[in-house]
Ligand binder design. Structure first.
Ligand code: PBG
Length: 324
C-alpha cells in the first residue's frame, strides 16, 4: 500500500526548524504603552497583568527596558482626567502624548514612535469623535482628528495611526500632514476595526469607555467579511501606507483576505481582551503561557500579518532572545 510519509519532515527539532514556514522576529512587534498624568505613578491595569499606566517621570525607564530588548516600535496612549466634549487634550501641543513623544524621541531617536490618533481617551463622553444629536458627527470629528495628527507629527511621531473609524479620516489626515510639511510621515490606518467586546480591558487602561451607547455606528459589525475589503480599499485610495486589522485572533480570516487583496504592509492588533484571556488562564495554571502566546502570534504571521501590535511584545522579545 502506497502512502505519503509526512512525518519524515518532523523527525527532530532541527528538521522541523528547517521546514518551518513562518517565524517571529523582535522587529515584527509594536509595543503599546499607557502614559498617565501625575508623578511616581506606575499602576498595573487590573484586567491586564504586566501592563502599566506610567507617569512621565518614570517613562524613560520603561522605554529603556523595551528598547534594550530590541523592540523597535512603540505606540502611546494617553490617560488624562481633564476631559471635555471635543477632546481638546488630544490635539493641544503640550498634550500628554505629545509630551511623551518629545521626551522619548529626544532620548531614543531611532525608536519608532507611533501615535494612536483618536479622541476617545480625551472626550468626557468617551466616544471617538464629537457628538451631535446623540451620534458621533463624522465630518466635524475629522477636523479635530486632523489637528491631532498634525500635533503628534510636530511632537516627533514617526507614524500616525488613526483608530477612530470616521469615514474619510485618512484623506483629511494625509492632506493636513502634507500641508504642514509632513509629507514623509506614513499613515498606519486602523482600516478594518470591528466593534468588538475584546476591547474591554483597554478601556479600563485608557479610561475610554463610552458613557452612553456603543461604537457600533462607526466600528464594523464582527459578522462582516466583505465589508473589510471595502474599508481597506478606500483607506489605501486615500493614502494609507499600512492597513491594520483589529482585533486579530478572532479575525484571522480577515487578515488573510486583506493580505491577499492588497500590497501594503498588514498589521494585526492583538488586543487587550486577547491578552487578558491568556493571562487569566495562565494565572490559573490552565495553559502553558509561553507556548500558547508564541503559537497565537505565529498564527497571525501565518494569516498574513507583517507586523503585530501586542502587549506581549516584551515577553516575546525575552523568549526570542533566550533562543539566540
Ligand atoms: C481607541 C482605541 C481602542 C483600542 C485601541 N485604540 C479602543 C476602542 O476602540 O474602544 C483598543 C485596543 C485594545 O483593546 O487593546 N479608539
Amino acid at each position: 500500500m502506497e502512502f505519503k510519509r509526512h512525518r519524515r519532515l518532523r523527525t527532530s527539532s532541527s528538521m522541523r526548524a528547517l521546514v518551518r514556514e513562518n517565524h517571529l522576529r523582535v522587529e515584527d512587534f509594536i509595543y503599546p504603552m499607557f502614559v498617565i498624568e501625575g508623578e511616581h505613578t506606575k499602576n498595573e491595569v487590573p484586567s491586564m497583568p504586566g501592563v502599566y499606566q506610567v507617569s512621565m517621570d518614570l517613562l524613560l525607564d520603561e522605554v529603556r527596558e523595551v528598547y534594550n530588548l530590541g523592540i523597535k516600535s512603540i505606540m502611546f496612549f494617553g490617560v488624562i482626567s481633564a476631559k471635555d466634549e471635543i477632546g481638546t487634550g488630544a490635539f493641544v501641543d503640550d498634550g500628554i502624548v505629545q509630551t511623551a513623544i518629545r521626551l522619548v524621541k529626544n532620548e531614543f531617536p531611532d525608536l519608532l514612535i507611533i501615535a494612536d490618533t483618536c479622541l476617545c481617551e480625551y472626550t468626557d463622553h468617551g466616544h471617538c469623535g464629537v457628538i451631535h444629536d446623540h451620534d458621533v458627527d463624522n465630518d466635524e470629528s475629522l477636523k479635530l482628528l486632523a489637528k491631532t495628527a498634525v500635533s503628534q507629527a510636530k511632537a516627533g511621531a514617526d507614524i500616525i495611526a488613526p483608530s477612530n473609524m470616521m469615514d474619510g479620516f485618512v484623506a483629511v489626515i494625509r492632506q493636513a500632514l502634507d500641508e504642514e510639511g509632513f509629507k514623509n510621515i506614513p499613515i498606519m490606518s486602523y482600516a478594518v476595526k470591528y466593534a468588538s467586546s475584546f476591547y474591554g480591558p483597554f478601556r479600563d487602561a485608557a479610561d475610554s469607555t463610552p458613557q452612553f451607547g456603543d461604537r457600533k455606528t462607526y466600528q464594523m459589525d464582527p459578522a462582516n467579511r466583505i465589508e473589510a475589503l471595502r474599508e481597506a480599499e478606500s483607506d489605501i485610495q486615500e493614502g494609507a501606507d499600512f492597513i491594520m486589522v483589529k482585533p486579530a485572533l478572532s479575525f484571522l480570516d480577515i487578515v488573510r483576505d486583506v493580505r491577499n487583496r492588497f500590497d501594503v504592509p498588514v498589521v494585526a492588533y492583538n488586543v487587550s481582551g486577547e491578552y487578558a484571556m491568556i493571562k487569566a488562564a495562565a494565572q490559573n495554571g490552565w495553559i502553558n503561557e509561553k507556548e500558547l502566546v508564541l503559537e497565537m502570534l505565529t498564527s497571525m504571521k501565518r494569516a498574513g500579518a507583517d507586523i503585530i501590535l501586542t502587549y506581549f511584545a516584551k515577553d516575546v522579545a525575552n523568549w526570542l532572545n533566550e533562543n539566540k
